[in-house]
Design a protein around this ligand. Structure first.
Ligand code: CA
Ligand code: CA
Ligand code: CA
Length: 182
C-alpha cells in the first residue's frame, strides 16, 4: 500500500500500516511539522485560507506588517481571483471604512517594481488586477500596496495621518521567511 504524505513531512519519513488483534494501525516514522494552532480571530475560508481583517487599521504599512507578524501571520497577499473575492467580501462587511486596505506588496526598493513582502515579483503571485490608471505613484509618494474595496490593487502611501485597515493571512505550513530589508 502506498501513501501520499503531506509535504510538511521530511523525506526520511516512512509510513505504513500494521494489524494487531484485528485492529489496523497507521504509523508515521520520522520528523515532521504539525500545523501550528490557528491564531485568535482568524476566519477560515474553505479551500482559500485563514484571514483576519483589522478594521481599525494602522497608520503605516510597517506597523500593519508588525501586527500580522505578531499573530504568527503576514500581511495578506492575493494569489487568485477567489482569494480576492474572499477579502472583498470581508471588506464589504465594513462599509464605513476607508476604501483601501493594506496588502503585503510594495515598490519601496525600486519604483514601479512591485514585489511581495517575501520578495517575489507581484506578477508571479497569481493576482495582479489594478484599479484603472493605477499604479500611479501619486504625489511621488506611493510605494505600498493596497486593495480597493472593489478588489482591485492600488499603490498607496506607506504612511498616513489616519488608520488604514489591513488584512493578515495565516498559513499553518508557511516555510518562507520575510525579506526584511525593504
Ligand atoms: Ca494568499
Ligand atoms: Ca511607487
Ligand atoms: Ca495609486
Amino acid at each position: 500500500m502506498r501513501f501520499t504524505l503531506p509535504n510538511v513531512l521530511d523525506n526520511d519519513t516512512k509510513a505504513g500500516t500494521s494489524e494487531n488483534r484485528c485492529k489496523k494501525n497507521f504509523h508515521i516514522e520520522g520528523t515532521f511539522a504539525v500545523p501550528r494552532p490557528v491564531p485568535y480571530g482568524y476566519e477560515y475560508f474553505c479551500g482559500i485560507g485563514y484571514y483576519k481583517f483589522y478594521p481599525l487599521g494602522s497608520k503605516s504599512f510597517n506597523s500593519a506588517i508588525a501586527i500580522c507578524e505578531n499573530d504568527g501571520a503576514y500581511l495578506a497577499i492575493l494569489n487568485s481571483e477567489a482569494e480576492m473575492e474572499v477579502l472583498r467580501s470581508i471588506f464589504a462587511r465594513h462599509p464605513y471604512l476607508p476604501r483601501y486596505a493594506y496588502l503585503g506588496f510594495h515598490d519601496q526598493k525600486k519604483e514601479g517594481d512591485f514585489v511581495t513582502i517575501f520578495g517575489d515579483p507581484l506578477s508571479e503571485t497569481g493576482y495582479e488586477r489594478w484599479l484603472d490608471e493605477e499604479p500611479n505613484q501619486s504625489n511621488d509618494n506611493e510605494d505600498c500596496g493596497t486593495m480597493h474595496r472593489s478588489g482591485h490593487l492600488n499603490d498607496y502611501p506607506c504612511e498616513r495621518s489616519f488608520e488604514v485597515p489591513f488584512f493578515c493571512e495565516y498559513d499553518p505550513f508557511l516555510l518562507k521567511s520575510y525579506e526584511k530589508n525593504f
